[in-house]
Each structure stands twice: as structure tokens, then as C-alpha cells.
Ligand binder design. Structure first.
Ligand SMILES: [Zn+2]
Length: 401
């Protein structure tokens, strides 16, 4: 079986001074148009309870371009300006659907510098990409090839805080789905980044510790510099570079891990960490940060979708580290310093591996028949079943192979 997907391919590129100036101007105009449209929509809503839609903001943009003060908006490509109005529309749609907070203004310093071009805003020919308002193609480092015969439908240009330039090409691609038989439970444990029910422990990326130390040093150095000085700007760039290195390595690490999990397994069971945090245990120091966990889950879910795999998310209302994965007996106490224990049934457990096995068992019971295959555990305090209805709904529609 094969599946058609939209896939983004991101590359570094090195703009000429002229191109860099054109893009900086474009980023500035994108930010300005977004903020002005947001202000207009907010005003219409708060003063007159009127909803302003994308088309209305597009008409406003045409008007702004005709004024003397904003005539400079004509100097950049109109495509990214239209796209930013579409992004604002999406932000409002998400807000009205209660999926997101009210949109906020883009800040010059903090917001991502980016511009999005649809097909009318660029030319892609023989592997050369030329943006509107530019004569020469971008000098792209093609670190991996685009799929055969692929033509980008959307191009996003961005610059990160470390000053690096990137271009992301959205292309149609076809994924060949091959069946897999494995099943795995993943625990975000205490000692390692992640622990698998197979017993494998995933550690942090290499050099993580050294990078963290370098970051701390760069941040201390930045704090000492005088506000507004050239040295401060230099120190800030240094901090941004170390940050970029850490996030790059983390993303790379999680990409490789999720690719492997999806390749080897038909079913992957993870826990819903947001729920666990809500429930209790502020003292539980997980080895994985919330940001890294969110990234892991996002990557895992879209890759599983591409390859026709099932990701089951279980809420853990039961103390999975305390339950013996072999016999189901519940241990009385399990302080955080206990890393391994032996159940009266004779089974010796590594704490995190045992938890990962319990997560897998819970996920498989959800798939089998909505959590009913084993006696449902009920949380003493909330009286709720260990598997929330919501989780069952998510997995109910996924066909099993
Ligand atoms: Zn046991």
C-alpha cells in the first residue's frame, strides 16, 4: 500500500547581501501587515462585535499599499503578505474553536523571522529556486535530494536567532507502507530519556552535557556585558548559536528514534504526560523535558500516520511503576530512589522497564476492546477508570491490520 503525503524538506542557504536585504525587508513587512490586520480585527471585535475575515483584511492591505506612509509595502513580493493574512485567519479560526489563545502581535526581537511563498511567488526549475523580486536563484545546500520529480507547492524562507538562513520546500511525496509486527510501550522515566518495554534505554544525545555547560557559560558571559554594547550583541549571538546546536542535536536524535520506532512496530503506546503532571507528583523529575516530549510525540504521530501505524496514548490513573508487569500485583510503596525491585511472584524489575511494559499492556487492552480485556483499574481518588474515554475515541477509528 502507498500513501500520498505532503512533506517538507528543509535546507540551509547562503543569500547574497542583496538577497539578505530583500528578505529582511520582506520579514519586516510581513510582521507589520500581520500586526496591523490583527489590530484591525481586534478593534472591530471589541468595539463593534464584528468579525473581520481574511477577505476583508486582504482589501485593507490593498488600501494600505495606496497610502504614502505604507507605499513601501509595494517594494516586496505581495505573496508573503497575503500568506501572513491567511496565517492570521488560521490563528483566529483556532481561537474561535477554542484550540488556541487569542493571537498576539509579532515582536521584532522574539518572533520567528519568516516569509511564505506560494507558487506565484517563486520559480523552481532544474533544481534552482528563485524567489519573487530576485534575479538570481538561492544558493541552497542540497543536503538530501527532493523526491524524484517533486515540485514544491509552498516555499518558506526563515532566519533563526543564530543568523542562519533556511528554506523549507513543501512537496508531494509517496510513502510505501510496509507491514511491521512489533509492539512497544514507551516510558518517560527517571534515569534515561525514554525507556522501552523491550528493556532498551534511550539516553540523551551525545555531547548534551557538554553543550549544556557551554550554554551556561555563554549565558553567564552575556549577563556581564553592558546593555546596548557591541560586545553584548556578540555575546547574545554566541548564546543563540549554542542554543541552536542543542535544539538541532535534540531534533536529530528524536527524528532517528521515532523513525526507528515506526519502522519496527505496528503499535506504539505512550502515556499522556500532561495528564500525569496534572494529577500529582511535582517531585517526579523526568529525564525528558516537556519540550522534548512534545516534539517526540509530534514526530511519532505524524510518522505513524504516514506509515499506517497505531499510536495509542494512555492516561495513567494507576501507579504503573508500582504494578508488577508479570503478575499484576500492586506493590505498597515505590519511593523515587527505588530503581529496581522484586515482586513476591519472584520477578525482578527495573523500575522504568516495568512501567513501559505496563504502558504497553494498557495500550493493547484499549485496542482489544476499549480497555475491557482486563479488569479495569479504578483510581481510588477520582473513581475514574485508568483509561479515559477520550483516549478510546482517538484510537477507535484506526483500522487494525
Ligand atoms: Zn509479580
Amino acid at each position: 500500500m502507498s500513501r500520498a503525503v505532503k512533506r517538507a524538506f528543509k535546507y540551509r542557504f547562503y543569500p547574497t547581501a542583496e538577497q539578505a536585504a530583500e528578505l529582511a525587508r520582506t520579514f519586516g513587512c510581513v510582521r507589520l501587515v500581520y500586526n496591523m490586520a490583527l489590530a484591525a480585527r481586534t478593534e472591530a471585535w471589541t468595539l463593534r462585535q464584528e468579525r473581520v475575515n481574511y477577505n476583508a483584511t486582504s482589501t485593507m492591505l490593498t488600501g494600505w499599499k495606496k497610502t504614502d506612509e505604507l507605499a513601501f509595502l509595494n517594494d516586496v513580493s505581495s505573496v508573503p503578505l497575503q500568506q501572513t493574512l491567511r496565517h492570521l485567519q488560521v490563528a483566529f479560526t483556532n481561537f474561535f474553536a477554542k484550540r488556541a489563545r487569542y493571537p498576539t502581535f509579532k515582536s521584532k526581537k522574539k518572533s520567528r523571522r519568516s516569509a511564505e511563498y506560494t507558487t506565484s511567488g517563486f520559480r523552481y526549475r532544474d533544481g534552482r529556486l528563485t524567489l519573487a523580486k530576485m534575479t538570481a536563484p538561492l544558493d541552497i545546500v542540497w543536503s538530501r535530494p527532493l523526491p524524484r520529480g517533486a515540485t514544491p507547492s509552498t516555499v518558506t524562507v526563515s532566519q533563526d536567532s543564530a543568523g542562519r538562513w533556511f528554506v523549507s520546500l513543501l512537496c508531494d511525496d509517496v510513502i510505501e507502507q510496509t507491514p511491521a509486527t512489533g509492539q512497544v510501550g514507551v516510558d518517560a522515566g527517571l534515569d534515561s530519556l525514554l525507556t522501552l518495554s523491550t528493556g532498551e534505554k534511550i539516553t540523551n544525545p551525545r555531547h548534551e552535557r557538554r553543550d549544556r555547560a557551554a550554554l551556561a557559560k555563554a549565558q553567564r558571559n552575556l549577563a556581564k556585558k553592558e546593555t546596548g554594547s557591541a560586545n553584548r550583541a556578540k555575546a547574545r549571538l554566541k548564546v543563540a548559536r549554542v542554543h541552536a546546536r542543542i535544539t538541532d542535536r535534540r531534533r536529530d536524535h528524536l527524528h532517528k528514534l521515532t523513525t526507528r520506532l515506526v519502522r519496527e512496530n505496528q503499535t506504539i503506546v505512550i502515556e499522556d504526560l500532561t495528564v500525569r503532571n496534572m494529577v500529582k507528583n511535582h517531585s517526579l523529575a523526568r529525564a525528558i523535558s516537556d519540550a522534548a516530549w512534545r516534539q517526540f510525540r509530534t514526530l511519532l504521530e505524524y510518522k505513524a500516520d504516514w506509515h499506517g501505524r497505531d499510536v495509542v496514548v494512555v492516561d495513567r490513573w494507576f501507579p504503573s511503576s508500582k504494578v508488577c508487569s508479570a503478575c499484576g500485583a500492586l506493590a505498597q510503596r515505590m519511593p523515587l530512589n527505588v530503581r529496581s525491585w522484586t515482586c513476591p511472584c519472584g520477578m525482578s524489575h527495573d523500575r522504568d522497564v516495568n512501567a513501559a511494559r505496563n504502558i504497553l499492556a494498557e495500550g493493547l487492552s484499549v485496542i482489544a476492546c476499549g480497555g475491557g480485556v482486563r479488569p479495569q483499574r479504578v483510581d481510588a481518588r477520582t473513581g475514574r477508570s485508568s483509561v479515559k474515554q477520550e483516549t478510546q475515541r482517538v484510537t477507535a477509528g484506526i483500522p487494525r491490520l
